[in-house]
Design a binder for this molecule. Structure first.
Ligand SMILES: [Zn+2]
Length: 417
């Protein structure tokens, strides 16, 4: 009996150890599979959306430990990451889902930022920022210069109309530009020139971005256009990203109107007309030269902002096509799409490394609706001095609104399942 008992006890012990061994083995194996899948997913994400020429693999790594970004290829060899996130931290980044709100029918609790592209509030300022079209139509009842559009006015009017629609659904909405002709500094470009231009030039000089000769030239000889292009434009875009990020929106809508890039000079109409939308990504080596830019790369890779941006943009693009009856652009419809963008899985949505798609830290849609220089669009957009009363602009605002609502509804439904 004792022997039997002893045998029995040994067998039990053996079985017990076997169960433990198998469970440890399966848990290790499960973990390996899960990590392997994660590595595969993020490598594919980087190659498909972020690494434009498939030339950045020496700047990042995706391995058993997590995701790292390096300041240069040498640091990768020496395993000295500039930014690093473990798999556990990446999992935690995804919780809680910011779009898991209580109801699908209202936007109560949502924070939405709207950025109306450019700064012009009239044709004169549109000329300074080179975002205007003027068509002379001498046969149009003897009227000349009968088409005059500046993009800043169109985007601002769209943003005001869209803000109202979103607020009516309960959302808290931030406009980066507070009035027609405003910059994100809360004043016009002329106001900024008076108050801040000299300080901005001095700051650039202090951080050695410009030399003394350039500083003096900017302060004494530069034209208004030079000042806009060489000093104001970048600083103002940075300010937009800053204002948006401080607001911590659930998502951001960046509004632009497009033109036919081959219609250079924009003195006559074109027959082309397309919609498209941009999200972040498509980095080149030169886009990883600063720590700030490398952080943007890292942020887009580890967060799910890019995936959400593609979903949001896809809904907006679909709505553009149906609401505005304008086709969605394919990659061959513009040179800059083919040469500077990566296509996503969604029609008309392209990864493009623009200042705002890079620095805004939320899901976003960078919408480029219809061509202002299209032969029919220009006539429609030219109507009404107050562009918030223009029916084409109203349709554009509605198209964004429908796209946003569809996105929110889809996310909420996905969360329920
Ligand atoms: Zn624009």
């Amino acid at each position: 009996m004792n022997i039997q008992n002893s045998e029995c006890s040994s067998i039990m012990k053996y079985l017990f150890n076997l169960v433990i061994f198998i469970s440890i083995l399966s848990s290790c194996f499960g973990q390996t599979i899960s990590t392997t899948n994660k590595i595969k997913h993020y490598v594919e994400k980087a190659e498909r959306y972020l690494d434009f020429k498939k030339a950045l693999s020496t700047y990042y790594s995706v391995d058993e430990r997590g995701i790292s970004v390096f300041a240069n290829p040498k640091d990768k060899i020496n395993n000295k990451p500039e930014y690093y996130c473990s798999w556990d931290s990446i999992e935690r980044l995804r919780l809680p889902n910011r779009l898991n709100k209580d109801t699908t029918k209202s936007l109560l609790g949502y924070k939405i930022a709207i950025d109306a592209g450019h700064t012009a509030g009239n044709i004169a300022s549109g000329k300074i920022e080179q975002k205007f079209i003027r068509f002379k139509q001498p046969n149009n009842n003897g009227k000349v210069d009968s088409i005059e559009l500046d993009e800043g006015e169109l985007t601002y009017a769209t943003s005001v109309l869209l803000k109202k629609k979103l607020e009516d659904k309960g959302a808290e909405v931030l406009l980066t530009r507070k009035f027609n002709g405003a910059t994100s500094f809360g004043i016009s470009f002329d106001g900024w020139l008076r108050c801040s231009f000299k300080n901005a030039v001095d700051s650039l000089y202090k951080i050695s971005k410009i030399n003394e000769e350039k500083r003096n030239w900017l302060l004494t000889k530069a034209t208004k256009r030079d000042k806009f292009k060489l000093v104001f434009k970048d600083i103002e875009l940075q300010k937009r990203a800053e204002v948006i990020n401080q607001f911590h929106p659930d998502f951001t809508i960046i509004i632009h109107f497009n033109v036919d890039e081959t219609n250079t000079g924009w003195t006559k109409p074109t027959k082309k007309d397309f919609n498209m939308a941009f999200v972040g990504g498509a980095f080149m080596k030169s886009d990883l030269l600063t720590s700030e830019k490398r952080f943007s790369f890292f942020h887009l890779l580890v967060s799910d902002d890019l995936e959400n941006s593609i979903q949001l943009s896809s809904q907006v693009i679909r709505s553009f096509e149906t609401t505005l009856s304008v086709k969605t652009a394919g990659i061959n419809d513009a040179k800059y799409l083919k040469e500077g963008c990566l296509p996503t899985s969604k029609n008309g949505v392209f990864c493009r490394n623009l200042q705002l798609t890079r620095y805004v830290h939320s899901p976003l849609v960078y919408g480029e609706t219809l061509y202002q220089d299209n032969i029919e669009e220009c006539v429609l957009l030219n109507k009404e001095t107050d562009k918030t009363k223009n029916t084409r602009i109203m349709k554009v605002a509605n198209a964004y609104f429908i796209g946003v609502m569809n996105y929110v509804l889809k996310k909420a439904t996905a969360n329920d399942n």
